[in-house]
Design a protein around this ligand. Structure first.
Ligand SMILES: [Zn+2]
Length: 252
C-alpha cells in the first residue's frame, strides 16, 4: 500500500517541517537547558505496518500527540536550529529527525506555528479520509463475504431443487430430492424381490394428504407386506417404502 495521502504530505524537502521553540528574550545568555516542544506526528502502526488492524482503525498509521525534549545549547539565539534524532514522523523505520528552531515571540514564531498547525491539520484530515476510505473497503468486503456465504448456501439448495421430485424416475434414493426412491413391482404374491417384476423406480416424498402429492400419486403409509415382506396376496406393490406417509403412484 503506497501513495497514501499522509505520506505525500510527509514527502516534503527535508527541513521543511520545523517546530518552533519559543524562548524568552535574552536567552542567548542562558546555559544549556532542556526544554520540551509539543507537536503531532505521523506514526505508522507498528502492529500491522500499514496493512490495517483494529489498533489503528484500519488506517495503518496514526496521529500521535508527542512531546520531545530538546537540549538547547548554551548561547543559542533565535534562529538556532536543534535536531532531535528519532523524535519526528515515523514511517516505520524509526522517527525522522525533528528540527526545532529557537524563536522569540514575533513574526517568525507566528509563521512557524501557522505552518505547524497547517501540517497537523492536514495530517488529521488525511487520517480521517483514509479511515473513511478503509471503512468503505471493509464494508464492501463484508458485503462480498455475505454474498459468498449466500452463494455457498444456495449452491446445495440449487442442486437439491435440480433433483427429481415425487413421481419422477430414479435409480437410488440419493437421486431424489426426498432421498427416497421406491420400487414399483408387479407379481402374484409378495416374494423375494427377484421373483417379482420391477415396473419402475420412482422418487417419493413425505406427505400428509393426497394434495401434497402429484396428481398421479396418493398419500399412504406402507402396507405390512411392504414393511415386513409377508406373503400377502397382491399384484402391484411397492418396495423400499420409507416410514410414515409417502406419495405412491395410484394403483400401487
Ligand atoms: Zn494497525
Amino acid at each position: 500500500m503506497s501513495g497514501s495521502l499522509a505520506e505525500s504530505l510527509l514527502d516534503t524537502p527535508s527541513g521543511s517541517r520545523i517546530i518552533a521553540l519559543e524562548v524568552e528574550r535574552g536567552y542567548r545568555d542562558a546555559k544549556e537547558e532542556e526544554l520540551t516542544v509539543a507537536f503531532a506526528r505521523y506514526v505508522r502502526c507498528s502492529h500491522c505496518m500499514r496493512k490495517g488492524c483494529p489498533r489503528c482503525d484500519y488506517v495503518g498509521w496514526n496521529v500521535h500527540q508527542a512531546a520531545a525534549k530538546v537540549l538547547v545549547p548554551r548561547g543559542a539565539t533565535p534562529g538556532t536550529r536543534v535536531t532531535v534524532e528519532g523524535a519526528g514522523d515515523d514511517l516505520g523505520s524509526g522517527g525522522r529527525p525533528l528540527v526545532v528552531e529557537i524563536v522569540q515571540a514575533g513574526p517568525r514564531a507566528d509563521e512557524l506555528r501557522a505552518a505547524q498547525a497547517d501540517f497537523e491539520g492536514k495530517l488529521e484530515t488525511a487520517w480521517g479520509m483514509e479511515k473513511a476510505a478503509r471503512g468503505g473497503h471493509r464494508r464492501r468486503r463484508g458485503i462480498l463475504a455475505s454474498a459468498m456465504v449466500l452463494l455457498l448456501l444456495l449452491v446445495p439448495v440449487g442442486r437439491w431443487l435440480a433433483k427429481p421430485g415425487a413421481g419422477e424416475p430414479c435409480t437410488k434414493g440419493n437421486d431424489c430430492r426426498s432421498g427416497h426412491c421406491i420400487g414399483l413391482r408387479s407379481g402374484p404374491t409378495w416374494e423375494p424381490k427377484t421373483s417379482a417384476r420391477l415396473d419402475a423406480l420412482t422418487c417419493t416424498d413425505s406427505c400428509t394428504t393426497d394434495l401434497d402429492c402429484p396428481e398421479s400419486m396418493r398419500c399412504r403409509g406402507p402396507r405390512p407386506s411392504e414393511l415386513e415382506g409377508n406373503r400377502e396376496r397382491t399384484t402391484q406393490f411397492v418396495v423400499d417404502m420409507p416410514d410414515g406417509l409417502s406419495c405412491v403412484p395410484r394403483g400401487y
